[in-house]
Design a protein around this ligand. Sequence first.
Ligand SMILES: N[C@@H](CCC(=O)N[C@@H](CS)C(=O)NCC(=O)O)C(=O)O
Length: 210
Amino acid sequence: MTNATKPIRLYRHVLSGHAHRVELLLSLLGLPCELVAVDMARGAHKAPDFVAKCNPFGQVPVMEEGEIAIADSNAILVYLASRYDPTGRWLPRDPVEAARVQQWLSVAAGQLAYGPATARLAVLFGARVDLERAQTISRQLYDVLNGYLAERRFLVGDHPTIADIALYSYTAHAPEGGVSLDPHDHVRAWIARIEALQGFVPMRRSNPRA
Ligand SMILES: N[C@@H](CCC(=O)N[C@@H](CS)C(=O)NCC(=O)O)C(=O)O
């Protein structure tokens, strides 16, 4: 791996799956970083200086490396893999494999965000969203994913890519939004494969009833 020349700073919230996917890739790549807690309860993510970090929607995570600031978890995954993985394993350069990775990044920004991530927001944080709809989207997503993973170890090719990292955090924590993974044995086996990777770091578990 190429060593980072400037310190990497990750602005995050400890319960954000979007932020966790970045923290996870940093750890898998062996890149040290400074984790900066963003006080979302006090609206720090909407503060002008935070929005000014190329972060027009005022969201976490944001990554900073010297003069470079990148918002959006999937964009950060692309940056880190392109910059720090010279082998191209995490973000393949082959056009077909690169397209397949992008296909799953779109799922992470689509069904995963509107399904399990939204359900978790409702259950854990009391967000006023349509929980039933989010849980339905989640079940549809995991029915598809379970079938897809029945014949594969990872989402693209035979080794993990940023596609797996983008899908992992909210999937592993889907039960926190009342989405059971019990019927999806291939999804659970895939989660276990990610968690067995050298350098894996977990996201803090939350108990909705605590
Ligand atoms: N597309 C963004 C979504 C990030 C996101 O939704 N972050 C949430 C926390 S998990 C957030 O900042 N919510 C506050 C808001 O949207 O105002 C990404 O992938 O990073």
